[in-house]
Design a protein around this ligand. Structure first.
Ligand code: P6P
Length: 333
């Protein structure tokens, strides 16, 4: 691995380390790379053209769909579908999963992709970073048959790849195939991604906690106790509170600087807000591959048995020692 290697060179160099059919996954990552460039082009000029603002419809989550949500969803689905790589796609923006079968393929492809095409999209109108999150599994139902719900309801520990694109001050693709986490920065002038952050690791400790404290009164006691712990004058505390309201941005900063992100359940969100399959599982896979940790406050995220496509779970994720401290408060509350 050499710094400034292009993403294409990196994929080819590491193809052999992937224990399954190497070609297909490489083509899958390449298609995500391409879709991210197209979405990035629109996100970067959102303020200039009439693509900003709500499209007037809502998604299965009941959230207002911003035009860029819809656009990003269409681009990722088209790109993955047209390249005859996957047999199924699930998206935050789609009520049900999509069976992908081009005429000549007869359901021979082996991978399913779950995606949040544009996470944090409520930040679009205020020019704050947003992101795409993706999760990849091998199908578990017979090849040659249409993909089924059980292909998507797999535990996070079965993921073969996961990653995010962050559309920030620069656009980065950060992903893992189970051999560590690597970050690639897009050079928009030539449309190539370069390996800018090899072998990304969460510092074991950190001083940043990311939680929406506006919901404090609705939080479980353990979360309230942990927040007060972070704010106490003692040792290396008080910590710093940083909350962007965009999971990918908060996660990315915490992975580089050290920190914890918490979206707990509350009296307003009985299971929390984040979706297990296409937000928490991929971010948890990345976190663990980067020496971090991710749980629902009690149970490892990657061990949670999914029951529904859009189910939500509480999410504690980041530097190992910080997550374990928060889990201690949850246990003792
Ligand atoms: P709240 C964006 O909608 C998102 O899913 C995450 O990206 C973000 O961290 C969280 O929700 C923000 O939610 O309730 O704090 O505004």
């Amino acid at each position: 691995m050499s710094k400034n290697q292009t993403l294409g060179e990196f994929i080819i160099e590491n193809q052999a380390s992937f224990k399954y059919t190497s070609g297909e996954l490489s083509r899958l990552i390449n298609s995500i790379r391409l879709a991210a460039k197209v979405v990035n082009h629109e996100v970067n000029k959102a303020g200039l053209v009439d693509i900003i603002g709500a499209v007037g419809s809502t998604n299965v989550q009941g959230e207002d769909q911003q035009k860029l949500d819809v656009y990003a969803n269409e681009i990722f689905i088209q790109t993955l579908t047209n390249r005859n790589i996957v047999c199924g796609i699930a998206s935050e923006e789609e009520d049900d999963f999509i069976v992908v079968n081009s005429q000549d393929e007869n359901h021979q492809n082996k991978y399913v992709v779950l995606i949040d095409p544009l996470d944090g999209s409520s930040n679009i109108d205020v020019n704050v970073s947003v992101g795409t999150i993706f999760s990849v599994y091998r199908r578990v139902t017979p090849v040659g048959t249409p993909v089924q719900l059980e292909d998507f309801l797999q535990k996070g520990n079965k993921q073969v790849a996961a990653g995010y694109v962050i559309y920030g001050t620069s656009t980065m693709l950060v992903y893992t195939t189970g051999h560590g986490v690597n970050g690639f920065t897009l050079n928009p002038a030539i449309g190539s991604y370069y390996l800018s952050h090899p072998d990304m690791q969460f510092p074991e400790d950190g001083k940043i906690y990311s939680v929406n404290e506006g919901n404090y009164t609705h939080f479980p006691q353990g979360v309230k106790d942990y927040i007060k712990y972070c704010q106490q004058e003692e040792g290396d505390r008080p910590y710093t509170s940083r909350y962007i309201g965009s999971l990918v941005s908060d996660f990315h900063r915490n992975m580089i600087k050290g920190g914890i992100y918490i979206y707990p359940k509350s009296s307003k969100n009985s299971d929390g807000k984040l979706r297990l399959l296409y937000e928490c599982n991929p971010m948890a896979f990345l976190a663990e591959q980067a020496n971090g940790k991710a749980s629902d406050g009690f149970t490892r995220i990657l061990d949670i048995e999914p029951t529904e496509l859009h189910q939500r779970v509480p999410f504690f994720c980041g530097s190992k020692n910080m997550v374990e401290k928060a889990e201690e408060f949850m246990k003792n509350a």
